[in-house]
Write a protein that binds this ligand. Structure first.
Ligand SMILES: [Fe+2]
Ligand SMILES: [Fe+2]
Length: 159
């Protein structure tokens, strides 16, 4: 659940940076709307960590700053690439959440409900970005994103 919380910290940062980067007011609203849903996710995962007596990642400021920089970079390249980045990110998050659902104990209904709803929302974010005109990212970029996500996941398990 701490990994999920870190993911939502990054989602906030990405969407806020992308909202700042675009010059298109409609697209800015799109990013801001998604960022608000990620705020809900952040709150749910944080509350669940508290209930479980677990802490959030001590590296959250680092995750936030890194993701913000990546969001700005994606935004600089152009709106359609920025949207493509959203599609790929949300798809990878969705996969990760499915993996988490597979591993979560069947009797942890509270955690399962949160992960389930987040997974549905992330799929919605990917679909909305796709509908807004996302272009597919080149394969090497997608691989780099997966590698970065693995590092983040492994680190957030411990720190
Ligand atoms: Fe989320
Ligand atoms: Fe999302």
């Amino acid at each position: 659940m701490r990994v999920n919380h870190v993911g939502e910290v990054c989602a906030q940062a990405l969407y806020q940076a992308q909202a700042l980067s675009t010059r298109d007011p409609a697209l800015r609203q799109h990013f801001e709307h998604a960022a608000r849903e990620e705020t809900d996710h952040l709150a749910w995962t944080q509350a669940r960590l508290r209930d479980l007596g677990a802490r959030t990642s001590v590296l959250n400021p680092v995750w936030y700053a890194g993701a913000f920089a990546i969001g700005l970079l994606a935004g600089r390249v152009g709106d359609r690439v920025s949207l493509g980045f959203v599609v790929e990110t949300e798809r990878q998050v969705e996969e990760h959440l499915q993996g988490h659902l597979d591993r979560l104990p069947a009797n942890d209904a509270a955690s399962r409900a949160i992960v389930h709803q987040m997974k549905a929302d992330e799929a919605g974010h990917a679909a909305a970005a796709q509908a807004a005109g996302a272009v597919p990212l080149p394969a090497p970029v997608r691989w780099a994103m997966r590698a970065a996500a693995r590092v983040m996941t492994a680190t957030a398990h411990r720190l």
